[in-house]
Design a protein around this ligand. Structure first.
Ligand code: CA
Length: 237
């Protein structure tokens, strides 16, 4: 982090959780702005310009999704949704409405910090390392050379089909973030997410895992978010 303190806005009505998050963030050198409800949040966002917004979906005065909608009308600040709701539908809805990620209660400090770092990394657009004009992406032992269209795992070259390469490249572009089925299918096949296209996606993901994972049953790189989508593990942050 730079000298300028990163500012995180916490929109959460439960005092205990808000205090817990505030303590973690302040301990880690972040500045915090607190809002107890949606109306307060929307007015504060106008005067402060947070670098990241943590948004509880269950607010007393308005639906968290409506807060998200208002924020997205005017800003692209990363929003991480905090949800006690475990239904996949809510998470997918929030992601499709422009949330960058979600974290489900109860969560620990390391998970929270990892999510915030990932969100900041994306907003600062340091996605790839520029090595002598070559675009190389790495996470753990996985390396993608975009210009050579070459993938290596632990130094060994892996051969992917064109679709598999594009899928992995898409996940790499949003490393650490969960991508919904809908988003991936739209991007790769320009199709709607339905039973058939989701099956097509599953087959391709299984092939990618077979090629890049040491143990495809316990993937290290391409992680499944049940009912939501996939996430490429951010092993370098
Ligand atoms: Ca709440």
């Amino acid at each position: 982090m730079s000298n300028n303190k990163t500012t995180v806005m916490i929109i959460e009505d439960e005092n205990a959780i808000r205090n817990f998050i505030t303590t973690i963030l302040n301990t880690n050198g972040y500045k915090t702005i607190n809002a107890k409800n949606g109306k307060e949040a929307l007015s504060l966002i106008g005067s402060y310009v947070p670098d990241v917004i943590l948004l509880d979906l269950g607010l007393p005065d308005m639906d968290g999704l409506d807060v998200l909608k208002s924020v997205r009308e005017t800003s692209s600040t990363p929003v991480i949704v905090i949800s006690a709701r475990t239904t996949e539908g809510e998470k997918v809805k929030a992601l499709d409405m422009g949330a960058d990620d979600y974290i489900t209660k109860p969560f620990g400090s390391s998970e929270l910090m990892a999510r915030i770092r990932t969100a900041l990394r994306h907003s600062h657009k340091v996605l790839t390392k520029d090595l002598g004009g070559q675009e190389i992406f790495t996470t753990g032992g996985l390396s993608i050379d975009f210009s050579a269209r070459q993938i290596t795992v632990e130094g060994k070259e892996v051969h992917l089909t064109q679709i598999e390469f594009r899928l992995l490249a898409l996940l790499a572009k949003y490393v650490g973030r969960v991508l919904t089925y809908e988003f991936i299918i739209n991007n790769i096949w320009n199709m709607q997410s339905d039973k058939n296209s989701q099956q097509l996606l599953r087959v391709n993901m299984a092939n990618i895992r077979r090629k890049i994972e040491g143990n495809p049953g316990i993937p290290k790189y391409v992680l499944t978010e049940v009912g939501v989508g996939y996430r490429l593990a951010d092993l370098d942050s």
